[in-house]
Design a protein. Sequence first.
Length: 265
Amino acid sequence: MPELPDVEVFARTLGSTGLGRTVTGVEVLETGVLDEVSAGDLDRALSGHRLEATRRHGKLLFVATRGGPWLVVHFGMSGSFTAFGSDEDPPHHARVLFTLDDGTTVAFVCPRKLGRVGLADDPEARIAADGLGPDPLAEGFSAETFRRRLAGRRGMVKTALMNQSVVAGLGNEYSDELLFQAGIHPRTPVAALDGETLEGLYRRLADIVERAVAGGTEDFPDGWLITRREAGTRCPRCGGEIERLVVSGRGCYLCPDHQRSPEGT
DNA sequence: TTCCATGTTCCGCA
DNA sequence: TTGCGGAACATGGA
């Protein structure tokens, strides 16, 4: 689930339910998801502090606290936030519980334990340390930035789009969606893309991310691939048969009829 | 039971 | 040296 649009939706949900509330306690149920912080230090750093703002860069979510450090969350492959009341049990696979002063608890749920929860004094420093590229929803993300980020790459376009140091936030599903809508085969070498094609990719990238967020990453337009990630189904654009390939070690879905093939495949 | 999974990191190789 | 791409990681669900 968690690619850029999903994290943006988590951020907005947390923004509407948690901001302005003060953390009264942090309970760590699985220390394996902690990122260079102990359970005790996490609790001491956050308890008594009010949640003030959220910020997202790519798949990273930052939560500002008044007078304390930023909470940093990466949702990994299967993470999410779920809020529940004081009279309810924590959800299945809850790993960290943040209890707020209105009695609500926000659970960091992470079945596969590949997500991480940590602290940061400065989001910019963390983004730089992680080597993240620009965020597609940030104001400065221009076509020129996108083109420059891809310039000189030797690999396949699908791999480059998923590389967080090129652009932060795209994962397997949205990179497939982008290439599907742009009509480009995922194994096309980056070097084979001309300026016009890159411009088209850039424009669709922002469109797709914004539309996905607007629908809460649950409601997608009919013509999208993301709801039909299954080999053998029909392409909503051209009626071709959806195919599954493995690209960069991940299951990749495409319509070979309208996604232009690179030579030799 | 086997395969697959929306993420990142690590390692071998070019 | 840089960067590409596959394997590994931990675990659950179909």
